[in-house]
Ligand binder design. Structure first.
Ligand SMILES: Nc1nc2c(ncn2[C@@H]2O[C@H](COP(=O)(O)OP(=O)(O)OP(=O)(O)O)[C@@H](O)[C@H]2O)c(=O)[nH]1
Ligand SMILES: [Mg+2]
Length: 420
């Protein structure tokens, strides 16, 4: 084993009747920079609360002795007592899937916003355990009892609550500013297009392929943590394309909430491109699409969704057909693409154009003054100008624009600008 790479032992929860190959704890561990030294599986009993039996706990402890991992990672959410007992028995740090996701987020967070979001999510996750943690700490020695995150036992629940309130207030300020920026962009005639989808589906690669710029794209989960926006010309329309944080299965609601400002880019878009990795087996594909729908469906309203079936370069025609059949009810307006080879990108752009909000055609009459000419130049930026007629005192412009642009123009001209 490479001495720089830390090892983990996984305790995977698997659905009865499956081999657990669809579970992504391994992938998450790699993305967090760990080497997987071994796995213990535990069949999930749907209606029962999660418990680790004595036999299972001893099996894990024996493997810890043998493999000497840095941490034991449970697929299941653990409470403070379970973490305490397990870490005492195994003499090693015990964490669960959410701690692992938080570790990944924490290691990727670069901006103030991302860092605050990660801290908020981990505080909300740790708060219910704080009380128990203090009780357990008072019992004295706690071998390897580090699984509750970096907050030590002397930080009480109320301090955590105070910190949460502080972060929320700061995030609120950031959000308001972002909201204002988005509103201004819309008013300037830009349409907002968001890339959404499961983590590692290829959103950032697609963004790069569409706008020819370099957003970091890697074969790991949660490469993108804060949205990046670039302009993208669709026919004559200017749009802003935003790359967003990926979705993942079983993300607790508090975590989705902590990343709300990031997800807002999706919720406020005019068109959503839902990117899926179509090279995955049909069951995984269905599973991931269901997660995407669960995460965003209630929030997005009647916004058109185009499904980009990405990574088609990795599969045969027959495999593609099989997958298309499997997801027919989950993938609105599908387009087969490969962000890597560029296949299907023209068709995707055409589809985006088709689903952009309709603009209004209008004829406006501007005064032939310095101000009128400045309005005309602004219209070239914010609208599609079809025809301009100059007379001695007026400029007649035939154009298409977002209604808000026409309304604003009407106000400046002191007369309605909308004459369809
Ligand atoms: N073969 C192939 N690989 C692709 C394609 N698109 C993306 N990939 C690869 O898939 C991996 C993930 O791509 P990203 O663009 O980082 O995915 P993402 O959806 O932005 O991921 P997160 O930001 O982590 O949520 C990278 O290794 C890409 O090179 C494609 O069309 N074909
Ligand atoms: Mg990305």
């Amino acid at each position: 084993m490479n001495s720089d790479v830390k090892g983990v032992l996984l305790v995977k929860r698997i659905q009865p009747g499956t081999d657990g190959s669809l579970e992504e704890l391994e992938e998450l561990s790699h993305s967090a920079g760990y080497e997987v030294l071994g796995e213990v599986t535990q069949v999930r009993t749907p209606d029962k609360a999660f418990a680790v039996g004595r036999g299972k706990a001893e099996e894990i402890a024996a493997l810890v002795q043998e493999l000497k991992p840095e941490k034991v990672v449970f697929d299941e959410k653990l409470n403070a007592v379970q973490i305490y007992n397990l870490s005492k028995l195994c003499r090693v740090e015990v964490i669960d899937r959410f701690n692992l996701i938080l570790e990944i987020f924490a290691s990727r967070a670069r901006t103030r916003e991302a860092k605050l979001q990660v801290e908020l999510a981990s505080l909300i996750y740790e708060r219910p355990k704080a009380r128990m943690k203090v009780t357990l700490a008072k019992r004295g020695e706690q071998p390897g009892f580090k699984g509750l995150g970096r907050y030590q036992a002397d930080i009480y629940e109320s301090e955590i609550t105070g910190r949460i309130a502080k972060i929320e207030a700061e995030l609120d300020v950031i959000r308001k500013r972002q909201h204002e920026t988005r509103k201004q962009r819309k008013e300037k005639g830009f349409d907002l297009v968001a890339l959404a989808g499961y983590t590692n589906a290829g959103k950032s690669t697609l963004m790069n392929a569409l706008v020819g710029e370099t957003v970091v794209a890697k074969d790991q989960l949660f490469t993108t943590l804060v949205p990046t926006t670039r302009s993208l010309q669709i026919g004559q329309r200017k749009t802003l394309l935003t790359d967003t944080v990926g979705f993942i299965k079983n993300l607790p609601h508090f975590m989705v909430e902590a990343f709300r400002s990031t997800l807002e880019e999706i919720y406020l878009a005019d068109v959503i491109i839902l990117v899926v990795d179509v090279s995955e087996p049909p069951e995984a594909l269905v599973d991931k699409l269901v997660t995407c729908h669960d995460t965003m469906w209630d929030e997005i309203g009647p916004v058109p969704v185009i499904t980009a079936l990405n990574k088609s370069d990795l599969i045969t025609e027959e495999e593609l057909e099989e997958r298309k059949q499997a997801i027919v009810h989950l993938a609105p307006h599908p387009v087969v693409i490969s962000a890597r080879t560029g296949e299907g990108l023209d068709e995707l752009k055409q589809k985006i154009g088709k689903y952009l909000p309709k603009w209004t055609s209008s004829e406006v009459v501007l005064p032939r003054t310095v101000e009128g000419l400045s309005m005309l130049s602004q219209l070239y930026d914010e609208a599609i100008v079809h025809h301009v007629d100059y007379s001695d005192s007026t400029i007649k412009v035939n154009l298409e624009a977002r209604e808000s642009v026409l309304r604003r123009l009407g106000k400046r001209l002191d007369s309605p600008a909308i004459n369809p």
